[in-house]
Write a protein that binds this ligand. Structure first.
Ligand code: NAP
Length: 318
């Protein structure tokens, strides 16, 4: 008989995966978490996690960073017994004979478990314009807290109109007073409070109805070509860096029978159960109206609870 590697395998160690790991381990499941990089996912790049309830300093000092928060969640899950391994899961299939899921990793290794929680989050959407690939890491970035300090006091272009663009432009405005934020529409998609902060920030010049067409330079970025919408008037703007926040795309391992929506996000019910019995999804990777650290953490707790009930019902754990 094939032995499982754990009762439940959690794919991804962002806020949803870490919360599921803690709740699962505390419910006495043998939990294995597979993570491709470091714990925290995209939340680890959040400069000030100011909208997580309770993560607030009344004394006026900044709230904990996303990274600090994620590291504490990781320690907490480990303290309750969750195990962590590095690995990128590319495929999940059901081994009907043993009732176990087989998770195939990019290095060819296999892990098996009777229940799986997919908490793989999203990856940055690319614009697909000239210069984006060529200057990636040489002036083009998708993470202000990671790369912003390289461009202190330089002219920086930010692209996008969502929460990420506004949050990250705010962060960059503490490093440079020359931030230009271009957005393709005439208003922000971001939450009102974030948008208003950006519009009032004297270090950020907002240009609505403007599209980034091309990124130019030698070995690093020197300038960009921008286009006004409507009208199509094009002009060149000098800049040393381009930070792109054009939204996100779900990262879903190939899984037989898994229903996704038109954007590729995993469809779940309110118990985080996917269309495949025994596979649950939590956090940004699933169809949800609001993607926040706090909602991801809630999803993770529900997914772990549902996995416990599922394993009970199969007689795996009781
Ligand atoms: P988002 O909300 O999907 O916004 C993406 C932005 O990029 C939109 O303004 C969109 O323009 C623009 N865009 C998309 N494709 C583009 C293209 N090809 N060219 C130019 N612009 C393009 O993504 P996000 O800001 O990364 O946020 C993702 C999720 O995380 C959201 O649910 C958000 O609430 C959450 N989040 C929350 C916080 C926070 O609470 N502090 C921080 C970060 C992220 P249009 O508006 O015209 O569509």
């Amino acid at each position: 008989m094939i032995e499982p590697d754990a009762d439940v395998i959690i794919v991804g160690a962002g806020p949803a995966g870490l919360s599921a790991a803690q709740y699962g381990a505390r419910a006495n499941l043998d939990v294995l978490v597979l993570e491709q990089l470091v714990p925290g996912g995209q939340a680890a790049a959040i400069d000030v996690l100011e909208n997580y309830p309770g993560n607030f300093s009344a004394a006026g000092a900044p709230a904990r960073t996303g990274q600090e928060f994620a590291l504490d969640m990781h320690k907490q899950a480990e303290a309750f017994g969750a195990r962590f391994e590095s690995g990128v899961v590319t495929e999940i299939s059901l081994n009907a004979a043993g009732g176990l899921f087989t998770l195939t990793l990019s290095n060819g290794q296999i892990r098996r478990s009777p229940a799986v929680i997919i908490a793989t989050g999203t990856k940055h959407r690319k614009l697909g314009i000239n210069g984006e690939e060529r200057f990636n890491g040489k002036g083009v970035s998708y993470c202000a807290t990671c790369d912003g300090p390289f461009f202190k006091n330089r002219r920086i272009l930010v692209v996008g109109g969502g929460d990420s663009a506004c949050d990250e432009a705010q962060y960059l405005s503490r490093l440079s007073s020359q931030i230009i934020l271009v957005h393709r529409r005439d208003r922000f998609r971001a939450q009102k409070a974030l948008a208003e902060r950006v519009l009032k920030n004297p270090h950020i010049e907002v240009r609505f109805n403007t599209r980034l067409l091309e990124i130019k330079g030698g070995t690093t970025v020197d300038s960009v070509i921008l286009e006004k919408i409507p009208g199509g008037e094009r002009y060149e703007e000098e800049t040393r860096a381009v930070f792109i926040f054009a939204g996100a795309e779900p990262q879903v391992p190939a899984t037989d029978g898994l229903n996704t929506d038109s954007g590729g996000y995993i469809c779940t019910d309110q118990n985080m159960a996917s269309s495949v019995p025994g596979i649950f999804a939590a956090g940004d990777v699933r169809t949800t109206p609001f993607r926040q650290v706090v909602t991801a953490v809630g999803d993770g707790a529900i997914a772990a609870h549902s996995a416990v009930e599922y394993l009970d019902s199969c007689g795996v754990k009781s």
